[in-house]
Design a protein. Structure first.
Lengths: 815, 195
């Protein structure tokens, strides 16, 4: 989230799309209710299903699964055609005025630079026009045909209300009504928040769906303001934390990234990340990358990381390609992975195409499960009849299953989607011999390290030199680990020389050995260590900031700055400098947030700008970009295009992509990776005529709560939802057994016939949708059911490889 | 004197006789008026956060036992933390069932091992589990670690063992997991943020 849960109460309009907060995040959704009751906010919900969020809405519009870019592109077209944008904001705080290379083009659904054989783009032609100093050229009148504003206007002119109706199946009047609600926030004193979740991420074009939402918010001037923002509701309790800490195949902590093998020299690695400003006077905060990186390498490798060895740059593995989960299971199914560890993760249920996942696991030599519960994955080799029809004798994988503690049995912090790090305390002992995760990880690691120290082996250096200062080496404490990721001074950290008073001796900001106050104190000379720069400030010399419990809200905007600790720097709304106009005054005089007082920035939050950057200096609010402004058009960084374009899901119930009807290459995302064999496993509408989507129920959390009796009692049995007209067509009675088939497998379950799902008319194709809740499996205390991923396709988003669970096709028959 | 209804009747029948109640030093009317003791009044309260979705609701766990060395704590009740700025004391249907996650019959209690081709688990010790896993990992790393790629560039990567980390585990667990796993050069490494 750019904002946070309580802040939703400040919104004037709430758009929930690609999520269902009322059921999946009920205690967060109460802030929508609060906004409606006390801020007269309007709630608009766009969803394939009439969800409980929709039931609370002032307006609901249906949409076909996987067509959100067409819908939102249509909203952009509406805003631009009807002059409903926040012009001052767009001109000053976005790259609308930036000029794009003359070589850039988009035709027939493909952007310039496409290579159909490799299914990828060369993005050279998407760059800015530059002046002689290397700065991007701009046109403040926004009239130059190569400026971003004009390019966007032209690009989305094709997304007419008629086209939206034909692609999305949304009735035209309902679509226009949604546009009207959204457009009311284009004035400076009205704000909309967008709440989305996996309904936007789990698509082959998911990143671009979210981008389209972000573009809307920028055009309306809603980013950086209380009640605004792009708010990813997120899934697991610490999914934000593990992302922040970089536990992804290509990342390091704090959104730093691993080097690719083509940039294997340290200077190139840093240069590509420490981005110089693209406009004069901009902060381009990633320029500080060397400070974050060197401090990180010192935290992990201490004295072994020196200036001479480029801070142990060779200790970092170099990527030749992405090793995301789909790639991992593809390699595993080819027999190229021997060992696998699943810590609190149930891939047999969580990844697409269960048959492929189970087959891949059976090719492992060894599998290690670390979990508080007996998951399906831990017993993938065992026969559970129709639910897991395998022969254990044929599975040669050795499996270790290690019991871990659960939340109630340990101390530590979790980061919620509002970026709050909240400390929690142990309340009981774990059952049996269960142990905490740090102890389990340390148990394995210290043994591996001892063997490398004694017997040697391949490249032992990064293992034997890993810092291990923990008082009990076999069980590092949460307190020690939190202090390590916060960072400390290795030598005295002093203030930089004062230009006004050069003779003044430098002040000691942090004495050697002291916890750092925040990332501003990090240095790139090896005098500081910090395991995760964005978490610096979480455990300072003043102690554990994450354990703070003062819930006072002195400004009345729901900021509670002394409750827990938020990254970065305890800031509760990101880009909050944009809550003020270029002169530093609040856009909305009724709701001041961060303003310029003549000497410094201040207000209800920690300002997201250099505190003394006077407005006339023109330091723009989006300090993390090299541009200083937000990017409506993205010249680099996305693999599938600088602007969102509608593509069909890889499995679609309609015959053509109406945005590029004559180009079969642009039917589905042309830059999405599809493995050999998986393309063949996609179904065709003649065999599988119905759209399908997966989702959660309010009583359950993934495949986890089926182990909990209270939850199992409240939703004991697997079912699918279908609309009344599909039920009538197929003669399926409410509560009767049905068989749902995709090209990957089939499940037999009970049909719930509902008014919540209605057929949509998409350019003459009548599209029915089958809704598939995901919570059942063959382990747990609920009734046994099929893992829903028996049906889902093995393809992911082109940028993140998040699987396309939200849009595929099935057939349904009476069982 | 704190006495609940059942103890009161016990006292009455313990040979003292109803008429001698005054000898016990209190008026029977006051005792009769007392309702059942509030169970949670004698519990230890511990602050925690819900481990399910990422709203991060504050919860209060009530446990029996005062955390003394010889008293084994057991959580008997969980409710929303009224001080928490987001949930203000509420819990949703998922969080309201948390007590049964802690006490699920499917909680794992001991390290177990399933041999290749076997159809059952065997209980093993932690020491045995750690030793065997460490040996398997080192053997695979030593056999398949890639120091240089085809072009002769130092890449120091290990691709033949992978890991999925838990995004319901704490930041501290995540941090030490990342630190150790990456130090071995592992690249096949993700968490639930990928799905």
């Amino acid at each position: 989230m750019t904002n946070h849960w309580v802040d939703i109460k400040n919104a004037d309009v709430v758009l929930i799309m690609g999520g269902n907060a009322a059921e999946a995040h009920p205690c967060g959704f109460k802030w929508v209710t609060e906004a409606k009751a006390h801020n007269k906010a309007k709630l608009v919900v766009v969803d394939p299903r009439f969800t409980r969020s929709a039931a609370m809405a002032d307006f609901y519009a249906p949409i076909r699964v996987g067509t959100d870019i067409a819908f939102l592109g249509g909203v952009i077209n509406y805003l631009l055609s009807n002059d409903k944008i926040q012009k001052e904001y767009v001109k000053n705080y976005t790259n609308a005025a930036f000029l794009i290379s003359d070589d850039y083009a988009c035709a027939d659904g493909l952007f310039s630079g496409y290579n159909p054989d490799k299914r990828n783009y060369d993005n050279t032609s998407w760059g800015y026009q530059k002046d002689k100093d290397g700065f991007a050229k701009i046109d403040e009148t926004l009239e130059n045909p190569r400026c971003v504003y004009q390019i966007i206007k032209q690009h989305y002119s094709r997304y007419t209300p008629e086209m939206v109706n034909k692609i999305c199946g949304t009735p035209k009047d309902a679509f226009v009504k949604v546009c009207e609600y959204i457009a009311t926030t284009s004035v400076p004193d009205r704000v909309m928040t967008i709440m989305y979740a996996l309904g936007w991420t789990q698509h082959s074009q998911g990143t671009q769906m979210i981008r389209t939402g972000a573009m809307l918010q920028l055009l309306l001037g809603n980013m950086g303001l209380p009640g605004g923002g792009m708010n990813a509701l997120r899934g697991h309790s610490n999914i934000q934390g593990l992302t922040d800490l970089g536990l992804l195949s290509n990342l390091l902590p704090g959104y730093m990234s691993l080097p690719g093998e083509k940039e294997s020299n340290y200077e190139d690695y840093i240069k590509a990340r420490a981005l110089k400003p693209l406009r004069p006077n901009q902060m381009s905060y990633w320029q500080n990358y060397p400070k974050f990186h060197v401090s990180f390498m010192k935290a992990w490798w201490g004295n072994a990381a020196t200036k001479e060895n480029n801070w142990a740059f060779d200790y970092l593995p170099k990527l030749d390609k992405g090793y995301d989960v789909l790639q991992a299971f593809e390699l595993m199914s080819q027999g190229k992975i021997n060992g696998y560890i699943c810590q609190g993760f149930n891939p047999l249920a969580s990844f697409p195409n269960k048959a492929k996942i189970g087959g891949a696991l059976a090719k492992l030599k060894f599998l290690v499960i670390i979990d508080p519960l007996a998951t399906e994955t831990s017993e993938f080799w065992k026969n559970f009849g129709v639910y897991n029809d395998v022969d254990p004798a044929k599975c040669q994988t050795e499996v270790f299953r290690l019991p871990s503690t659960c939340f109630a049995e340990e101390d530590g912090s979790l980061t919620n989607s509002g970026r709050w790090l909240q400390w929690h305390w142990k309340g009981a002992e774990p059952p049996g011999e269960a142990r905490g995760d740090p102890e389990i990880i340390a148990g394995i690691f210290t043994r591996i390290r001892a063997m490398y120290a004694k017997d040697g082996g391949k490249f032992p250096d990064p293992i034997v030199n890993l810092t291990w200062p923990y008082k009990i080496p076999s069980s590092p404490s949460p307190e020690e680990l939190a202090m390590e990721y916060n960072g400390k001074a290795l030598a005295d950290v002093t203030s930089p020389p004062d230009p006004k008073n050069p003779k003044e001796p430098p002040k000691v900001l942090a004495a050697a050995g002291q916890q750092l106050a925040g990332f501003a104190q990090l240095r790139d000379d090896g005098s500081t260590s910090c395991g995760c720069w964005i978490y610096s400030g979480a455990w300072t010399a003043a102690g554990n900031q994450m354990a703070r419990r003062d819930n006072s809200d002195p400004f009345g905007v729901g900021q509670t700055l002394n409750w827990a600790w938020a990254w970065p720097a305890n800031r509760r709304i990101l880009y909050n400098r944009a809550a003020a106009d270029p002169s530093g005054k609040s856009w909305n005089p009724r709701r001041k947030y961060i303003t310029w007082n003549g000497k410094s920035w201040g207000g209800a939050d920690v300002p997201d700008i250099r505190p003394d950057a006077a407005p006339e200096e023109g330091v723009n609010p989006f300090i993390m970009t090299a541009e200083g402004v937000a990017k409506l058009f993205v010249p680099a960084g996305l693999v599938d295009g600088p602007l969102p374009e509608h593509y069909e899901p890889f499995e679609s119930p309609v015959p053509t992509n109406l945005m590029s009807p004559n180009n079969p290459k642009a039917f589905a995302n042309p830059a999405a990776r599809v493995f050999k064999g998986d393309m063949e496993a996609f179904g065709k509408p003649k065999d599988f005529p119905y759209a399908a989507t997966t989702y959660r129920l309010t009583e359950h959390f993934h495949y986890w709560t089926k182990h909990s009796e209270l939850n199992a009692i409240s939703q004991p049995q697997q079912f699918v939802e279908i609309g009344e007209d599909l039920a009538a067509e197929k003669g399926i009675a409410h509560g009767s057994k049905v068989k749902v088939k995709s090209n990957r497998g089939e499940i037999t379950t009970v049909a719930v016939v509902t008014k919540r799902l209605k057929a949509l008319d998409c350019n003459g194709t009548k599209v029915h949708t089958v809704g598939i809740p995901i919570h059942w499996g063959f382990k747990g205390v609920a009734q046994k059911g099929y893992l829903a991923n028996t049906l889902t396709p093995f393809v992911g988003d082109a940028n993140t490889q998040t699987p396309e669970f939200k849009a595929f096709i099935v057939n349904i028959e009476k069982a | 004197m704190d006495m609940n209804r059942r103890q009161f009747f016990k006292a009455c029948t313990a040979g003292v006789g109803g008429s001698s109640l005054a000898l016990l030093g209190f008026s029977p009317q006051a005792v009769l008026a007392e309702t059942r003791n509030f169970k949670l009044a004698r519990t230890t309260e511990t602050r925690n956060t819900c481990p399910y979705c990422s709203v991060g609701c504050g919860i209060i766990m009530h446990s029996l036992g005062d955390k003394a060395k010889n008293a084994r704590s057991e959580i008997i009740h969980i409710e929303g933390d009224a001080d928490h700025p987001v949930n203000r004391g509420t819990l949703c249907p998922k969080g309201a069932g948390l007590i049964d996650f802690i006490h699920s019959p499917n909680r794992l209690k001991y390290p177990e091992y399933r041999a290749a081709g076997s159809s059952e688990w065997k209980r093993i010790s932690w020491e045995d589990a750690f030793d065997r896993i460490a040996k398997l990992m080192k053997a695979d790393r030593d056999a398949n670690f890639i120091e240089k790629n085809a072009a002769g560039v130092t890449v120091n990567r290990w691709l033949s063992t992978g890991m999925l980390a838990a995004s319901a585990s704490s930041n501290e667990s995540g941090y030490i997991t990342h630190k150790t796993i990456r130090s071995m050069g592992m690249l096949v490494f993700d968490n639930q943020a990928r799905v």
